[in-house]
Design a protein around this ligand. Structure first.
Ligand code: PBG
Length: 365
């Protein structure tokens, strides 16, 4: 049935006149959603009012990026006075400890307080058991001790995974081309305890073996490190976006890929299984990695679990923005801010990002 709206006299008739043409049309052409606001009260809902000035936009702002919730990943190499740029990550360097300490000092000055150092291990120190990973005299563990000595207040998130130390370049122990799960846990446990002994505040297993959070929790507790936290790489996907990181650490797998342990990018319900396990096993933080292609996963974990959610804005995500900005195809600073905001808006409490220092510099006042 075709109905028409009755014309009602209005103070705003002058303006209303404009709509009369529409009013006289059959109703089904007018959206039922806008009809009442449009004709009875004019536009009562004008979302643009909340965007009319910078101050009002700020009043209405829903999310903020805070440098206190950014974690800056750092690449550490052996030796002295070394500062080598990662070719696929402009402005990101591999530092020897002396220069790394200077870099941390600069970042602390800018308000960055949490760091995630990763070791770039020489090929001759790698073996199939990643034994260098729990050698207490390794340059990585020495570095952790030294950083904590010089910067007692800084929070250190250490990487628990075999790949930087593994001759196979995998995150697990390899036997006949297969990645063994339970045997890997023992190595991860030793690594986590060694890092806790060196002063790690948070250990972050990035390997995706089953049961590692529970195993590491119990190893830490038995060694007396009940206060050391675990940030689980809960939903870590088999992603193309790790490329520049593997260049930086020379940690790419020597054969095959990581698809038998890292997740299938097509899956989100599986992320809930991983999260349920990590939560039950005692994870203090749960991470999604990479961030941008998996914002839906971040949001889903945030809605379902009441631990802080972290997101890893990975090397490839950084490289893309930098590469486009260098060619002046996009505004790098704005793209960085929008990217970090999107991760926050999706629900990440904490973001690991190579932009941390740049963000802190940009927002300094
Ligand atoms: C593996 C690990 C990876 C990253 C950190 N630890 C990925 C991988 O090689 O599988 C990637 C981080 C990044 O790309 O920024 N233990």
């Amino acid at each position: 049935m075709i109905r028409t709206i009755k014309r009602t006299p209005s103070k705003n008739y002058q303006i209303l006149k404009y709509f009369i043409k529409i009013v006289n049309r059959p109703l089904f052409e007018v959206s039922t959603l806008i009809r009442p606001t449009l004709f009875e009260n004019m536009l009562t809902r004008r979302p643009r009012r909340n965007r009319k000035s910078a101050i009002i936009r700020e009043l209405a702002q829903e999310n903020y990026i805070q440098k206190e919730q950014l974690i800056f990943p750092l690449f550490l190499i052996e030796g002295d006075s070394k500062r080598i740029e990662v070719s696929s990550m402009p402005n990101i360097y591999r530092y020897s400890l002396d220069f790394l300490l200077e870099e941390i000092a600069e970042c602390v000055e800018l308000g960055i307080q949490t760091f995630a150092p990763f070791p770039s291990v020489k090929e001759d120190l790698k073996d199939e058991y990643a034994s260098e990973s729990y050698n207490e005299n390794s340059f990585y563990l020495e570095a952790i001790r030294e950083i904590k000595r010089q910067f007692t207040d800084v929070c250190l998130v250490t990487d628990v995974a075999m790949d930087p130390y593994s001759s196979a370049g995998h995150d697990g122990l390899v036997e006949n081309g297969k990645i063994l799960n339970d045997e890997t846990l023992e190595i991860l446990g030793k690594m986590a305890v060694a890092q806790a002994e060196a002063g790690a505040d948070i250990v972050a297993p990035s390997d995706m073996m089953d049961g590692r959070i529970g195993y590491i929790r119990s190893e830490l507790d038995q060694a007396g490190f009940t206060d050391v936290s675990i940030m689980a790489y809960t939903a870590k996907y088999a992603s193309a976006f790790y490329g520049p990181f593997r260049d930086a650490l020379e940690s790419a797998p020597k054969f095959g890929d990581k698809k038998t342990y890292q997740m299938n990018p097509a899956n989100i319900r599986e992320a809930l299984i991983e999260a349920e396990l990590d939560f039950q096993e005692g994870a203090d933080f749960m991470m999604v990695k990479p961030a941008l292609p998996y914002l839906d996963v971040i949001q889903t974990l945030k809605h379902n679990f009441n631990v802080p959610i972290a997101a890893y804005n990975v090397s490839g995500e950084y490289a893309m923005i930098k590469a486009a900005a260098q060619r002046r195809w996009i505004d790098g600073e704005k793209a960085m801010l929008e990217t970090l905001m999107s991760i926050k808006r999706a629900g990440a409490d904490v973001t690991l990002t190579y932009f941390a220092k740049e963000f802190a510099k940009l927002t300094q006042y």
